[in-house]
Write a protein that binds this ligand. Structure first.
Ligand code: HMG
Ligand code: MG
Length: 285
């Protein structure tokens, strides 16, 4: 039997957050409902951040309230601070994520805190989520390159990963936020990170700006990672990462994994439908 690689769908959050024109809440709900028929175990569909910083995510509570929840699917939300966590709890998110950066420049631009401040801010979020029984995922952005600081040292990534591990994150997702990572750099970063955390607690999160996301997935597969974040239709980008293009497209990653002899448990025809929907929401359908 083929080995399973899990795709963690982030399209409704990472894919849409950067869209400048408002997208109707009902369209976001329809996208999540389409995706939950594809076989994902986890779908990130909300972000309880400042609506001044990321207006597109301002209706996250309404999205979580409107979706038809499929048993067994975890509907995930980003929570940068306690206020975000309280909102996520009230909205019924099944799991939350704290999101830090390995580079100071991006940390400041994205969450208005340096790395040390951000980790201090995350600790009570992780504690309170755990008390509420919610799994906490961690993200580390700019694991190879930062749009502000340039190349990022593998040791800097490993330090933030270790801090998130110590806060009790069940998984840490490693973000090539601006998609400039090349396989050799990704491999060196993974080597450092794996000194700190078991491979089963890691996920790869590759944006595809440089067109090398799938090569980077291969490097991570060779290192033993078996979870990858992706967005249907390859939408996305981070508002605070100039030049960042979309996440690796879920349907492309799915096909790539199948061609490598893995299975994903996903229904490709549903992925194609969701990708069309997602692209349509952006006006490129
Ligand atoms: P701040 O300005 O330092 O914080 O922002 P503040 O506490 O002074 O709050 C500013 C305003 O936001 C206040 O409103 C707060 O009430 C409000 P005002 O008084 O001005 O009217 N506020 C909130 N509103 C709703 N929900 C909240 C919340 N917190 C404060 N939770 C903060 C700090 C973290 C809030 C801000 O910087 C922020 O929201 N940043 C989010 C940036 C973001 O969402 N980026 C994209 C996601 S990360 C990503 O895409 C990378 C990833 O995909 C991995 C990868 O690719 O690398 C995960
Ligand atoms: Mg991202």
């Amino acid at each position: 039997m083929a080995e399973r690689v899990e795709i963690f769908e982030v399209g409704p959050r990472d894919g849409l957050q950067n869209e400048p024109q408002p997208i109707a809440t009902k369209d976001k709900i329809a996208l999540v409902d389409c995706l939950s028929g594809a076989g994902f175990r986890r779908i990130e569909c909300a972000s309880f951040v400042s609506p001044k910083w990321v207006p597109q995510m301002a209706d996250s509570a309404a999205v979580l309230a409107g979706i038809a929840r499929v048993p067994g699917v975890s509907y995930a939300a980003l929570t940068p601070n306690l206020r975000g966590l309280e909102a996520a709890l009230a909205a019924g998110a099944d799991e939350v994520a704290i999101f830090g950066s390995a580079s100071e420049g991006f940390s400041k631009a994205n969450i208005n805190a340096n790395i040390a401040e951000s980790l201090e801010r995350f600790q009570p979020v992780a504690d309170m989520a755990r008390e509420a029984g919610l799994p906490v995922r961690g993200y580390v952005s700019c694991v190879v390159e930062c749009p502000y600081d340039g190349a990022v040292a593998p040791a800097a990534v490993a330090r933030v990963v270790a801090a998130l591990r110590d806060m009790g994150c069940y998984e840490v997702s490693l973000g090539d936020t601006i998609g400039r990572g090349v396989p050799a750099a990704v491999d060196a970063m993974l080597e450092a990170v794996l000194q700190e955390i078991p491979v089963a607690c890691l996920a790869g999160h590759f944006h595809d700006t440089g067109g090398r996301a799938l090569e980077n997935v291969d490097v991570a597969l060779a290192r033993g990672l078996r979870v990858f974040d992706a967005a249907v239709g390859g939408l996305g980008g981070c508002p605070y990462a100039p030049g960042a293009a979309g996440n690796v497209a879920t349907e492309a990653l799915h096909d790539h994994l199948i061609s490598r002899g893995y299975e994903t448990g996903l229904d490709r025809s549903v992925l194609v439908r969701a990708a069309e929907m997602a692209r349509g929401m952006r006006g490129h359908g």
